[in-house]
Design a protein around this ligand. Structure first.
Ligand code: B1M
Length: 239
C-alpha cells in the first residue's frame, strides 16, 4: 500500500466514525479548505448511508460553498483558496451528477445554457444543468465566458426550447441583455424561452432585460422550465 493509499483509507475510516451531522459539518470545513478527496469521501459515505442526492447537494455542498462565499466577500479567503474550494465542490458534484441526471424520464425539452462573456463562474450553472437533466431535459451546456456568437451558434445547432444564461458578477450581468437584444434583432427571440439566473440578479432585472423569467436557484429553474415549456405547447403542467 502506498503512503497516499494509507492516508486515504485512514481518512475514510475517520469520516465514517462521524454522525451524519458531524460529517456534514466536517464537509463544510473540508470544502472551505479545498480538500477534494475528503469531499468525495464524505459524499460517498452519505450516499452509502442512504442520503438523497439532492439533500446531500443542498446541505453538504451548496451550504459549504455559501460559507466560503461569505469569507471571500469579507476578504478572509482569496481567489486561489476559493478556486480550491470550487475544485473540491466539483469533486462532490461529479459523484452526484449521474444520480441526479438518471431519472429515466422522457425528454421533455431542450436547453442551451451558458455563463455569459467575462464571467468564469460555472458551479451554479452546472448545478442547474444537472437538475434540468434530472428532470428530463436534454441540456447543452456551453460553458463559461460566452460571447453572444456562442449562444447564437448553439441555438442554431440545437434549436432549444429554452436558452439559459448565468452571471455571477454585477459587471457581467448586463451582457445578458446583449444576448437577448441580438436575438430580437435576428428575429429569433420569440422562438425560445429565455431564463436567467445568478446570485446578483433579481426578478426586476430579469424583466428589465426582456427575459421570460429569473430563476433564484436550480429548483426554481427546473419548475419554471417545466411550466413554461408546457404552457408554450399548450399542455397541462407536469407535476
Ligand atoms: Co467569484 N465572486 N470572483 N469566484 N465567487 C462571487 C460571485 C462574489 C459574490 C464573491 C463575494 O465577493 N462575496 C463576487 C461578486 C461580486 C459582485 O459582482 N457583486 C465575486 C468576485 C468579485 C470574483 C472576482 C472578480 C474576484 C477577483 O478576481 N478579484 C473573480 C471574477 C472572475 C470572472 O468571472 N471573471 C472571481 C473568481 C472566482 C473563482 C474563479 C475563484 C471562483 C469560481 C470557480 C468556478 O465557478 N469554477 C469564485 C467563486 C467560487 C465565487 C463564490 C464564492 C461562489 C459562487 C458559487 O459557486 N456558488 C461567489 C460568492 C457567492 O455567490 N456567494 C463569488 C455556489 C452556487 C451553487 O451558487 O452560483 O449562485 P450560484 O448558483 C445558483 C443560483 O444563483 C442559480 O442557481 C444556482 C444553483 O442553485 N443560478 C441559475 C445560477 N446560474 C443560473 C442560471 C440559470 C438559472 C439559475 O439559468 C436558467
Amino acid at each position: 500500500m502506498t503512503e497516499s493509499e494509507v492516508t486515504e483509507s485512514e481518512e475514510e475510516l475517520y469520516l465514517n466514525t462521524l454522525s451524519d451531522e458531524e460529517l456534514v459539518e466536517q464537509m463544510h470545513d473540508d470544502l472551505y479548505d479545498g480538500l477534494k478527496e475528503e469531499i468525495e469521501e464524505g459524499t460517498n459515505i452519505l450516499l452509502e448511508r442512504g442520503w438523497a442526492p439532492d439533500k446531500l447537494l443542498a446541505d453538504a455542498l451548496v451550504e459549504g460553498m455559501r460559507i466560503v462565499g461569505i469569507d471571500f466577500r469579507d476578504g478572509i479567503l482569496f481567489v486561489p483558496e476559493v478556486l480550491m474550494s470550487a475544485n473540491a465542490m466539483k469533486g462532490g458534484m461529479a459523484i452526484l451528477r449521474p444520480l441526479l441526471a438518471e431519472t429515466g424520464a422522457e425528454t421533455i425539452g431542450t436547453v442551451v445554457i451558458g455563463t455569459v462573456k467575462g464571467d468564469i463562474h460555472d458551479i451554479g450553472k452546472n448545478l442547474v444543468s444537472m437538475m434540468l437533466e434530472g428532470a428530463g431535459f436534454e441540456v447543452h451546456n456551453i460553458g463559461i465566458n460566452n460571447p453572444v456568437e456562442n449562444f447564437l451558434e448553439a441555438i442554431e445547432e440545437h434549436k432549444p426550447d429554452i436558452v439559459g444564461m448565468s452571471a455571477l458578477l454585477t459587471t457581467t450581468m448586463p451582457y445578458m441583455k446583449v444576448v437577448i437584444d441580438t436575438m430580437v434583432e435576428q428575429g429569433i427571440r420569440d422562438d425560445h424561452i429565455v431564463l436567467v439566473g445568478g446570485a446578483p440578479l433579481n426578478e426586476e432585472f430579469g424583466k428589465a432585460i426582456g427575459a421570460d423569467a429569473y430563476c433564484r436557484d436550480a429548483a426554481v429553474a427546473v419548475e419554471t422550465a417545466k411550466q413554461m415549456v408546457a404552457q408554450r405547447r399548450g399542455e397541462s403542467i407536469p407535476a
